[in-house]
Design a protein around this ligand. Structure first.
Ligand SMILES: Nc1ncnc2c1ncn2[C@@H]1O[C@H](COP(=O)(O)OP(=O)(O)OP(=O)(O)O)[C@@H](O)[C@H]1O
Ligand SMILES: [Mg+2]
Length: 233
């Protein structure tokens, strides 16, 4: 599965990640928790191939992937659910889903059906414009679209962002079902509720470096998370 060693990445002159290391060992869901601007999205983009690795390495099942394009990574099974959902509002639910499958060609009815089993609401709304869905439904669509790319690792960038507690809970249930299908999840979150509901293991990222890591319950009750969110004062 995923292994990141001393990863350095950024934008132009700005170095954002200053040597991040993280590994999936026996865990199927690994959380990365951090405040605004900590570098969470940059980490997701580096794994997905949207931001270059400047040094360090990312391995997926033992294969170095830093030099691979985004689409090559999708073909290996690394699929991102981007921050802010990024659904196409003027396309239907079904058209949005089709785009998720493009690297593999046209999805067949069985493939749609397998995704609709996870998201029955999308089956009912499949002919509707995606922009008319609620925030929670749009998040479901973004996850469903990623599922049509046949992920082995889903990189989720703040899926709970802007959602009401009920919708956050639904996203959590869907994540558990996805993991039940054998998909690993890198869950990047600012909101602790979803991470606590789903992940067993967590890292705290603070200004581009891992400040703490450990079992979820220890991280939640530990000092690193408080300092990272509230500042060192
Ligand atoms: N495309 C970009 N170009 C230049 N700088 C960027 C870009 N995207 C992010 N940054 C900068 O990189 C740093 C980390 O941003 P990043 O988006 O990774 O943080 P984040 O933890 O995802 O924050 P948030 O919780 O707000 O989503 C910030 O200082 C940000 O301004
Ligand atoms: Mg972000």
């Amino acid at each position: 599965m995923l292994r990141i060693d001393s990863l350095v990445a950024g934008y132009g002159r700005l170095e954002v990640l200053h040597g991040v290391s993280l590994a999936f060992d026996k865990h199927r869901i690994v959380a990365v928790l951090g405040a605004n601007g900590a570098g969470k999205s940059t980490l997701c983009r580096a794994v997905a191939g949207l931001v270059q690795c400047r040094s360090g390495s990312i391995q997926f099942d033992g294969q170095a992937i830093c030099r691979l394009s985004t689409s090559a990574r999708v073909k290996l099974g690394i699929v991102q659910v981007p921050e802010g959902r990024q659904v196409f509002p003027r396309m239907t639910v079904r058209e949005n889903l089709r785009l998720g499958a493009f690297v593999h060609g046209e999805p067949g009815p069985a493939e749609f059906e397998s995704v609709f089993e996870l998201f029955p609401i999308l089956r009912d709304r499949r002919a509707q414009m995606a922009g008319l869905l609620s925030g929670g439904e749009q998040q479901m669509l973004a996850i469903a679209r990623a599922m049509l790319s046949r992920p082995r690792l889903l990189v989720m960038d703040e899926p709970s962002q802007g959602l009401a507690p009920k919708a956050v809970e639904q996203v959590g249930e869907v994540i558990q079902q996805i993991v039940g299908r054998g998909v690993a999840v890198l869950l990047v979150e600012q909101n602790l509720v979803l991470a606590e509901m789903t992940a067993e293991y967590a890292h705290v990222i603070e200004t581009g470096a891992i400040a703490a890591k450990g079992p979820m319950h220890e991280i939640i009750s530990g000092q690193a998370i408080e300092q990272s969110y509230l500042g060192h004062g």
